[in-house]
Design a protein around this ligand. Structure first.
Ligand code: 5GP
Length: 181
């Protein structure tokens, strides 16, 4: 693997506090409701595991896995469902959990698919948001951190399937030996 430089952007305490705040807000907003929490694999798995333990309203969980068509490293916007939901979303309050919203094309497609299945409501919660990269008209209802256009890994997010297990959210970049530190 190429040499990379990894800098911590948000540490364990930052993330813990942020997830607690998000869970509290979601619990308040959905008081008296029952939620269907939909995690988008694989990147959301750690965030979702922590977040649902901070949500106090009754909830069910389900997962969806999608992939972008095409060979480009950036999202093409055309997504193919690799793993569909197990449960019906009909008449349910659906909360989609995503690791990061970048162009927004993936979530646009997912919400369009789920809307055809007649949920009572759909909202989006993401840990990270890169608004400067947006191509689709997607706004998450709950956002942990709004970040600049940098590639991040850790806390579920990968680079070539590595680093998902890092407990921090980190910025990763190719390491050049001549770079001043
Ligand atoms: P979008 O359709 O919003 O452009 O793509 C969202 C997906 O792209 C995310 O779920 C994630 O898998 C991937 N992605 C976008 N930005 C990053 C990033 O900075 N780091 C990582 N690891 N994945 C990213």
């Amino acid at each position: 693997m190429d040499l990379v430089q990894i800098d911590v952007l948000y540490n364990r305490d930052d993330i813990k506090n942020k997830v607690q705040m998000l869970g509290k807000k979601i619990s308040e907003d959905y008081a008296g409701c029952e939620l269907l929490v939909v995690g988008i694999l694989k990147g959301a798995f750690i965030f979702m595991a922590d977040l649902v333990r901070e949500i106090t309203v009754p909830l069910e969980i389900d997962f969806m896995d999608v992939t972008s068509y095409g060979l480009s490293t950036s999202s093409s916007g055309e997504v193919r469902i690799i793993k569909d939901l197990e449960y019906s979303v009909q008449d349910k309050d659906v909360l989609i959990i995503e690791d990061i919203v970048d162009t927004g094309l993936t979530l646009k497609h997912i919400t369009e698919i789920l809307k055809t299945r007649n949920p009572k409501s759909i909202k989006i919660c993401c840990l990270l948001d890169k608004p400067s990269r947006r191509k689709a008209n997607i706004t998450a209802d709950y956002v942990g951190y709004s970040i600049p256009d940098r590639f991040v890994v850790g806390y579920g997010l990968d680079y070539a399937e590595q680093y998902r297990n890092y407990p921090e959210v980190c910025i990763i970049k190719p390491f050049k030996a001549a770079d001043p530190q």
